[in-house]
Each structure stands twice: as C-alpha cells, then as structure tokens.
Design a protein around this ligand. Structure first.
Ligand SMILES: Cc1cc2nc3c(=O)[nH]c(=O)nc-3n(C[C@H](O)[C@H](O)[C@H](O)COP(=O)(O)OP(=O)(O)OC[C@H]3O[C@@H](n4cnc5c(N)ncnc54)[C@H](O)[C@@H]3O)c2cc1C
Ligand code: FES
Length: 263
C-alpha cells in the first residue's frame, strides 16, 4: 500500500478558498500529476518545496484531496511556518512529494456510507466521492467553523446527499455531538458504515457512538509527522491493547475498534 516514491513536480495552481483571516487561510494546491499508477482516498503525501530553507528539514503531511489524469489536489489550512510557506508557492515552482503514503478508507459495496468530516477533515472526501462506485449510497455530514465557502462542501454536495452544521459559538459543539450520535444510531439497523476525518475530539465522539450502536467505522488520524515513512517514531499513537503503533505506516486510517485515541 505505502511507497516511498519521491518525485519533483510543478505547482499548477495555488488558490485561496473563501475569506479566512490572514494566517488562517484555507488553500487548494494543485500539483502536476507525479505519474503514480494510482492512489486511494485516505492516503496522504509528504510535501517539501525545493525552495524551503534548510532549517525547514521535514516535509509536511496532507491528505490527497482529489486528482485526475493530469493533476493532484491538496487542501490545507495555514497553521504554522510550513503551511505559511506553502501559501507563497508560485505557479511553475518545483516541490518534492513522497507518496502515495499510508492506507486508505474502505469503500463497502451495497451499504449506506456516512462520511463524517470536521473542519479540514473534509479534504479526503472529495476524492472518496469521486472514486466511489455507488455515490448514491453516500452521505456527507460536515461540521465546521464558518464561512462554508472556505471548504469544498458545495462541490461534494452537488454529487451526494450532504448536510452541514456550523460551530459559531462553543455551545454549538453539543448540537454537533447530538447530530453525529443520531446519524450513527440511524445506521445501526441498516448495516451502515462510517468513514471519518477531523480533530481528535470529533473522532472520539464518533468512536464512542459507533461502538455504542455497533456500527463499523474507520477513523483517519492526523498526528504530527516528521518523516512520514516509518523511520522516526514521531507519529506514534496507542492501539486498543496499549501497544504503540505508527500512524504513517499502519494508518492514517484505523478501524475505530483498533485505536485508543487516549493519551
Ligand atoms: C495523514 C495526515 C493528513 C493531513 N491532512 C491534512 C489536510 O488535508 N489539510 C490540512 O490542512 N492539514 C492536514 N494535516 C495536518 C498538517 O500536516 C499540519 O497542519 C501541518 O503539517 C502543519 O505544518 P506547519 O509547519 O504549518 O505547522 P507547524 O509550525 O509545524 O505547527 C503549527 C501549529 O499546528 C499544530 N500542528 C502541526 N501539525 C499538526 C497536526 N498534524 N495536527 C494538528 N495540529 C498540528 C502545531 O501543534 C502548532 O500548534 C494532515 C496531517 C496528517 C498526519
Ligand atoms: S512520521 Fe516518522 S515514523 Fe511516522
């Protein structure tokens, strides 16, 4: 599944979505296709522009958001030094990307699939929708901070059933939790399946509800990573037996019953 395939590709486009505050921009980065045979939704790349200074040693991990024959698109939020530098990329500039890395979301046949996305966790679901053979079985639930235009929600909602909820104030989190729980409960007697990506508290809610109602769920983790390929132990987390496991090589997608999410 994983490969350490490193390629230099050109930037095709850097497009800021919506209207975020400076320092929190959400950006679509379209890259020349690296020539991989294939990739699967849920996999990620490590990216490092050739122009980065030597003290920015490590690349940064991002889900593959979508792709076609000519390009690959990443969706990222500016949160720190690396992502601020990615925002400054110019068309035609060269970046190194390693990938496709990690495992991927299952696409079960003939079962309703609920995609649960929190904030930037929406990134892998563009590609999931585009590559699923039965999009009529998919539903997206998207919890996020406004404005909605910052995210590729409308593009997904044109293709599959979709619902969104905004976190405008801290109390809204209770509504998000209640809705996630009721959507998962609804799947229990339909042999439904959950795929989820987002902040850890969001994933904890999903894990607890999926286990309570006996619904199969896969969670994509976004632990901090340095090497991205199993060499540095920077990304370890605990499985449900208390053993350490590397998110970059055994994940980033885990069965909810296999992973602890605590500590
Ligand atoms: C498999 C995987 C897929 C990812 N996919 C996406 C994606 O599609 N879109 C996207 O916007 N982000 C994604 N991330 C998170 C992204 O890698 C980080 O936001 C990015 O590396 C931050 O780099 P930086 O140099 O700008 O921030 P830094 O300067 O390194 O850190 C700035 C701040 O961000 C926090 N931070 C750094 N990395 C993470 C992380 N992994 N999770 C939470 N907080 C972090 C730091 O604690 C710090 O507060 C993904 C992470 C993983 C592991
Ligand atoms: S990031 Fe280095 S081992 Fe996972």
């Amino acid at each position: 599944m994983s490969s350490n395939n490193c390629k230099a590709v050109k930037v095709l486009d850097v497009m800021q979505l919506g209207h975020s505050s400076p320092g929190e921009e959400i950006v679509e980065l379209r890259l020349e296709h690296p020539g991989w045979k294939s990739w699967r939704a849920g996999q990620f790349v490590m990216i490092r522009p050739l122009s980065w200074p030597l003290d920015l040693v490590w690349g940064r991990p991002f889900s593959i958001s979508k792709g076609d024959d000519d390009s690959l698109t990443l969706l990222f939020q500016v949160v720190g030094r690396g992502t601020a530098r990615l925002l400054e990329l110019q068309k035609g500039e060269s970046v190194s990307i390693w990938g496709p890395l990690g495992n991927f979301f299952t696409k079960p046949k003939d079962r309703p699939v609920l995609m649960l996305a929190g904030g930037m966790g929406i990134a892998p679901f563009s590609g999931y929708v585009d590559t699923h053979e039965q999009p009529e079985n998919l539903k997206l639930f998207f919890a996020h901070r406004p404005p909605l235009e910052n995210y590729p929600y409308a593009e997904i909602a044109r293709k599959v059933e979709a619902e969104e909820i905004q976190e405008k104030k801290p109390e809204d989190i209770q509504d998000i939790i209640a809705r996630v729980e009721s959507l998962i409960e609804d799947l229990a007697d339909k042999d439904g399946f959950v795929v989820a990506c987002g902040p850890t508290p969001f994933l904890k809610t999903i894990k607890a509800a999926a286990e309570r109602y006996g619904v199969e769920a896969e969670l994509s983790l976004e632990n901090r990573m340095a090497c991205g390929v199993g060499a540095c132990l920077g990304c370890v987390t605990k499985d449900t037996d208390g053993h350490h496991t590397q998110v970059c090589t055994t994940g980033p997608v885990f069965k909810s019953t296999d992973i602890s999410l605590e500590g």
